[in-house]
Design a protein around this ligand. Structure first.
Ligand SMILES: [Zn+2]
Length: 403
């Protein structure tokens, strides 16, 4: 095994314990979803050389491109500390608008530029580097470190984390705690650790009327009148006032369509779509029931409507503050001098899938430029993330050692 591994591992032109060099090398792999782009091959070479057992399962789904994913583990004992992330990136967009080659990983004035620099090759690079340094310095460390890296986070996310977690579970892998390295910080490395995420529910509302001549309204039934009444009812009272760790749930109407170009015609139908970002006071089912109740009340027996909710796998979840969350916040504070806020804001993330297997906390670089032209990350932030992750691993396994 050892000789085979050594023979298949090409020599790297840099030390992968250097978070900046590793991030640059990852950025140079054009891994736009669903392309692997060399990113997982690079991680495979890096971690194999450090003694990890590496797997690169490919997942398929009819009508969708196959996607390669990545799992690596060092150690055979519990506890298993998992570092999760994704190697894929969003497309470049308007390439002419970039002031630098999006796949060159250039550094200028302490800033590393490139697609994925902050979302999230910087996070992967810094965390892999930190784990490498930790094991090199502590070859007899207890427990195991694992990496769960998907190639399908920015795409449909069908052949990604959900299947990778299931694949690992079937193999008998059991995880104790997870750090997901998405860019969580709005402005500086001490801003926030995410301990949960809101859920997301999308509803499609249709109001049916009767088409007719504006001059003969008694022969028609204008659906816009009913739609206005229903939407007002959805907006009238807040869904809740927030919970201990979450802001209030929020409903936004995202589109309202009638598509009627004529000024003398009462249309037959009006359609609206709304999206709710909801906290841990709700499940998609209880929330849908509340929306249906409000619509029923407002409609009485005069508005004819249909409501349909799109299927969702975005439930709200919380990793309760406790020893693990405190350990992450302690590591951030020790390296940055400021205690980060424990937040549940923002969009959804793969943490919503991981939370079914083990407690998960999210922490990563500053996300200001994610998905933008000239995406970038500060070299100093990569170094800070490497130190924070290294410190976290040290305190995590030291705590286990004592126990
Ligand atoms: Zn991301």
């Amino acid at each position: 095994m050892t000789t085979e591994r050594a023979a298949s591992t090409p020599a790297l032109p840099f030390d992968p314990a250097d978070p900046v060099a590793l991030t640059q090398a990852l950025v140079r792999c054009p891994s736009v979803t669903p392309q692997e782009g060399g990113a997982l091959a690079l991680l495979s070479a890096v971690l194999t050389a450090e003694g990890y057992e590496v797997h690169r399962p490919v997942f398929s789904e009819p009508g969708m491109p196959d996607v390669e994913n990545f799992y690596a583990r060092i150690g055979t004992e519990a506890p298993v500390f998992v570092i999760a992330g994704h190697s894929d990136v969003v497309p470049v967009g308007d390439e002419a608008a970039w002031t630098r080659d999006p796949f060159a990983g250039e550094i200028e004035n302490g800033i590393l530029y490139g697609r994925g620099a902050c979302d999230m090759k910087g996070g992967v690079g810094a965390m892999v580097a930190a784990a490498i340094r930790y094991r090199r310095e502590n070859p007899d460390a207890p427990g195991s470190i694992a990496f769960l890296i998907t190639g399908d986070e920015e795409g449909p996310a069908v052949n990604g984390t959900v299947k990778l977690l299931d694949w690992a579970h079937r193999r008998g892998e059991r995880f104790d705690h997870c750090l997901l390295g998405e860019p969580t910080n709005p402005g500086s490395m001490s801003d926030m650790v995410k301990i949960g995420r809101r859920g997301s529910l999308t509803g499609e509302l249709t109001v049916n009327g009767i088409q007719g001549h504006v001059g003969y309204p008694h022969l028609a039934d204008n659906p816009i009148r009913g739609m206005v009444r229903l939407l007002a009812a959805l907006d009238a009272a807040p869904l809740d006032t927030g919970t201990k760790h979450f802001d209030a749930s929020n409903l936004e109407v995202t589109t309202l369509d009638v598509g009627n170009p004529a000024t003398n015609v009462i249309p037959a139908q009006a359609r609206a779509v709304f999206n709710i970002r909801f906290n841990d006071a709700w499940t998609p089912e209880t929330l849908a029931a509340e929306i249906e109740r409000r619509l029923r009340e407002a409609a009485g027996n005069t508005v004819r409507y249909e409501i349909r909710f799109r299927p969702t796998n975005s439930v709200a979840f919380l990793t309760e503050p406790g020893p693990f969350v405190a350990m992450v916040a302690d590591a951030v504070e020790a390296e940055t001098g400021r205690r980060p806020a424990l937040s549940t804001t923002g969009g959804t993330s793969d943490a919503r899938f991981i939370k079914s297997y083990c407690p998960v906390v999210e922490y990563g670089v500053v996300g200001k430029t994610m998905h933008q032209v000239d995406e970038c990350v500060a070299v100093a932030d990569l170094a800070a993330l490497e130190r924070i992750t290294n410190r976290l691993l040290a305190s995590y396994f030291a705590a286990h050692h004592k126990a």
